[in-house]
Design a protein around this ligand. Structure first.
Ligand code: PEP
Ligand code: NA
Ligand code: MN
Length: 628
């Protein structure tokens, strides 16, 4: 160290701090970004990521040395990380978007109402918050410089970011979730990039002892987006959604802003391919809130033998209308950061195969023979295997009343390992989307599937999405939450403006607008049992959508949208007895209440920023329901 506090640290000393990689490989703009933040954060050393295998070995070595991961010898190159139990999920209450004008970020709410569609902070206040945290925050640590591409390197639809982080866990995970390395820097040249700064917020000497060898700073956690500076600053959490900044922060929050500016869409959607036995193939995109089965649907094994499903992506879609008016989608990611509990050979065999190697697990339980365990795998471990819970309880038993794995425990695994990746999943042109599907966990009132009458009605349906809360964020109980477009935690800008952006495509000439659907796999009967078997059987719904997109006359109008005509849903070979009338019933009182709830939500939360077209759709729905 120069002993000068770093303020006038000359360029030469930065280069000498680089222990891995070459300073001169970095384009000038990147060097400046690194230099500024080395001065600010004061890491001991710098590692410039090149994406090589040698680098991966080094990261895994460092992580083991520091006790942050351990090998899972039953599996092939798989690792287990256990976090501080205070750092296990996205922290929505500490996630901010900072713009000059508040209204660019969040809708003006009704008088006396607390907004739930994002958190805004003024640039001055954010400056204060960041200045309280980042100076010296990497002391005693290595700063990893991660050049990454969201989307295939060099695709016109892709975007490049540079993440600076003091977490080797983040560096190792970003290598899985995004495309990292030299090729990215070459493509970037001296172009602009999204600036992503991340620190676990635990400089040496530590103020408090670490828990589970997992550095973090939950009291000071903040995840800040500065769209006007193309910048993300995240502090205090090492957990995925808060720290792998390419994912939710860049690909969704900043992405949605860029999308509006540049005329495209960044959405919380899976992308799947569906091919019938005649070789006819389509691509669908589907938005469900976190932990509602996007990964399962994206990798589904079709129960209908006529169909083959392929996976393009399981979480995020970047979509743009091409010159022929077709909506084209890419998956900006290169891996899956999926919820582990509930994943099994029964629910998602393709995911099970995918995660059998080169995977980092976080907060799952481990078995005495060196494998993994979580709720849902009860049938797939032998009775003699001992289980150690995510909290380290050595002889875990279900009777102890606590889950073995944290409900938001995750696998981080390369997409390329999924046996049913679509042959075009890395196509730089993207794949053509012919249907958009919205859905949520709706235990009551909402039928298995219905179709929007048109684009505007479809946008209304997206806006009115609701779902039972899950463990993906800090929400505790199973309340039915509004989650428009499954984007509530991920909107980068004012939801009212977002709706205008979606609606604007209707006015454009010659666009081949996809049909829009709403599905609900989670309706329950009066005994609390799911009415529909779900998983592979959901292919029956995809088949109906496929045929509708082909123009088949197999729908009837209802108050809420088009429903499958009686007998048009293919139930051949369905093992379970399903009460189809109950599954498709539309209880009038339930929907009258639904209309009222949604009207209240729009009035309170979106208020003057609600586009009149959406209010018009709500009024038409109300009239149709009332005349049922
Ligand atoms: C995450 O929390 O890191 C994440 C991937 O988000 P989601 O809740 O959508 O799974
Ligand atoms: Na740990
Ligand atoms: Mn998600």
């Amino acid at each position: 160290s120069l002993g000068n506090g770093g303020f006038t640290r000359p360029y030469q000393s930065i280069a000498s701090q680089v222990l891995y990689g070459k300073w001169n490989d970095l384009p000038k703009k990147v060097q400046h970004y690194v230099q500024d933040n080395v001065k600010l954060c004061k890491p001991d050393t710098i590692h410039i990521c090149d994406g090589s295998d040698r680098e991966n070995e080094m990261l895994l070595y460092i992580l083991q040395r520091d006790g942050m991961i351990k090998p899972l010898p039953k599996m092939d190159n798989c690792w287990l990380a256990r976090t501080d139990p205070k750092d296990v999920a996205r922290v929505e209450s500490r996630t901010f978007i900072s713009t000059e004008n508040m209204r660019d970020t969040i809708p003006v709410v009704k008088n006396g109402i607390t907004g739930t569609l994002g958190n805004w902070m003024s640039p001055d206040d954010l400056d204060t918050e960041l200045n309280m945290r980042f100076p010296g925050c990497m002391k005693g640590r290595t700063m990893f410089v991660i050049p990454f591409s969201m989307g295939p390197v060099g695709s016109a639809l892709s975007k490049i970011g540079i993440e600076l982080t003091d977490s080797a866990y983040v560096a190792a995970s970003m290598r899985i979730m995004t495309r990292v390395g030299k090729k990215v820097l070459k493509t970037l040249g001296n172009g602009d990039f999204v600036k992503c700064l991340h620190s676990v917020g635990a400089p040496y000497p530590l103020k408090e002892p670490m828990v589970s060898n997992w550095p973090c700073n939950p009291k000071e956690t903040i995840i800040a987006h500065l769209p006007e500076r193309n910048e993300i600053c995240s502090y205090g959490s090492g957990y995925g959604g808060n720290s792998l900044l390419g994912k939710k922060c860049f690909a969704l929050r900043l992405g949605s802003i860029l999308g509006r500016r540049e005329g495209w869409l960044a959405e919380h959607m899976l992308i799947l391919g569906i091919e019938n036995s005649k070789g006819e193939k389509k691509y669908f995109a589907a938005a469900f809130p976190s932990a509602c089965g996007k990964t399962n649907l994206a990798m589904m094994k079709s129960a209908l033998p006529d169909y083959k499903i392929t996976c393009v992506g399981d979480d995020i879609a970047w979509m743009r209308f091409d010159k022929d008016g077709k909506l084209r989608a890419i998956n900006p990611e290169a891996g899956f950061f999926g919820v582990a509990p509930g994943t099994s050979m029964k629910t998602n065999p393709m995911a099970m195969e995918t995660i059998s190697r080169n995977t980092i697990f976080t907060n799952v339980a481990e078995t005495s023979d060196g494998g993994v365990f979580w709720e849902g795998l009860e049938g797939e471990v032998s009775r003699t295997t001992k289980i150690k819970s995510w909290l380290g309880v050595e002889d875990w038993h279900a009777e102890q009343g606590k889950p073995a794995a944290h409900p938001n425990s995750r696998f981080c695994t390369p997409a390329a390992q999924c046996p049913i990746m679509d042959e075009r999943w890395q196509d730089p042109e993207g794949v053509p989307i012919e249907a958009i599907i919205f859905g949520g966990r709706r235990p009551e009132g909402v039928p298995l599937v219905y179709e929007a009458f048109n684009w505007q009605h479809g946008v209304y349906i997206g806006a009115s999405m609701r779902s039972e809360a899950t463990a993906a964020a800090e929400h505790k109980s199973k309340v039915i939450m509004h989650d428009p477009f499954a984007m509530r935690p991920f909107f980068g800008y004012n939801f009212g403006h977002y709706l205008e952006h979606w609606l604007s495509f209707q006015q454009k000439q010659d666009l081949d607008l996809p049909k829009i659907y709403h599905v609900n796999w989670f309706r329950k009967d009066k005994n609390g049992r799911f009415m529909w078997p779900g998983f592979g059987e959901n292919s029956r719904v995809l088949d109906w959508i496929f045929r509708r997109v082909n123009g088949e006359d197999c729908a009837v109008q209802s108050a809420i949208g088009n429903l499958p005509r009686k007998g048009s849903l293919n139930l051949e070979g369905l093992q379970e007895d399903v009460d189809m009338d109950a599954l498709f019933s539309i209880p009038k009182e339930y929907w009258q209440k639904e209309v009222k709830d949604i009207g209240k939500y729009f009035d309170e939360q979106v208020h003057e920023d609600l586009p009149p077209e959406i209010m018009k759709e709500l009024r038409s729905l109300e009239a149709r329901v009332n005349s049922m």
